[in-house]
Design a protein around this ligand. Structure first.
Ligand code: 6PG
Length: 261
């Protein structure tokens, strides 16, 4: 991994958090792809399969592309990979706003992933019904495992949201999958909740761009400004949280977190 991580930082809630800073988004994407590949190889070796929750948004696109190219495409035994989605906009799968569409275009269509192992959040017609179906799928999938996902990728919005968990719109505790109606959007969303995400062995946030710098600083330092962000609720029981940020997104972090400055 080309970045050099900070030492494990204790942040509010006492969870172990690591931050890796990269000179630019291309090198962050290369490191993220290497990390996913390493996690997949280890999970398949140790447990026979790799359960991976994909992030939505645009940041992970280049990571997905790199995983579909040599060397990672050949390194990973895609027949033993199962992909899930951290959230989805409840629109048809071909809709440009769909998180599935981006993943399908950049990764899923380019690797030998069995279709039965691609678990789309198909919520365009019945979000509530799909939330219940997907929660049942997750409960069955996680049964008997030491944790849920081996890896969950997440993005970060400039307002401190992640997946479709928005400040001021957080779903009630309990359900693993929730329907979200965000003001101003003419579609609803489905999102995994902290109850589901906290069952991951490893949560990795991918954050790039100067427009994310204030949110990244605030959530990492537990600042009041982001007190209602969902990020503080993310405390994976079995694992850790890793932040991969480019130098622009890390611009406001203390100097010792930005070795490339
Ligand atoms: C969504 C995403 C969302 C995303 C962040 C960052 O469906 O909107 O899941 O949580 O990860 O908004 O988005 P970008 O990567 O496009 O900046």
């Amino acid at each position: 991994m080309s970045g050099r991580g900070a030492t494990g930082e204790e942040v509010p809630g006492g969870r172990q958090v690591r931050v890796e800073v990269f000179p630019d988004s291309e090198r962050l994407s290369a490191a993220a792809a290497s990390l996913v590949a390493a996690q997949a190889i280890e999970a398949i070796r140790a447990r026979g399969r790799f359960l991976w929750a994909l992030a939505g948004g645009t940041t992970p696109a280049r990571t997905y592309e790199r995983l579909a190219e040599p060397p990672h495409r050949e390194q990973i035994d895609w027949g033993k990979v199962e992909v899930f989605f951290g959230d989805e906009r409840c629109v048809p799968p071909a809709d440009p706003r769909s998180n599935y569409r981006l993943a399908e275009e950049k990764l899923i269509s380019r690797v030998p992933l069995p279709a039965a192992q691609v678990h789309r959040l198909a919520c365009a017609s019945d979000p509530e019904g799909e939330a219940r179906r997907y929660e049942g799928l997750l409960r069955r999938t996680f049964q008997g495992r030491p944790w849920g996902f081996d890896l969950a990728l997440l993005g970060l919005g400039a307002d401190g949201h992640t997946a479709s968990l928005f400040p001021g719109l957080l779903p009630p505790a309990g359900p693993w999958v929730a329907v979200v109606a965000r003001p101003g959007e003419d579609f609803r969303r489905l999102t995994l909740t902290p109850a589901a995400l906290n069952q991951s062995r490893l949560l990795v946030f991918l954050v790039t761009g100067r427009e994310k710098a204030e949110a990244l600083q605030a959530v990492l330092k537990g600042e009041e400004a982001m007190a209602d962000s969902p990020v503080p609720l993310l405390r994976p029981r079995a694992g850790e949280i890793l932040w991969l940020a480019d130098r622009q997104a890390a611009a406001l972090l203390p100097l010792d977190w930005t070795p490339f400055r």
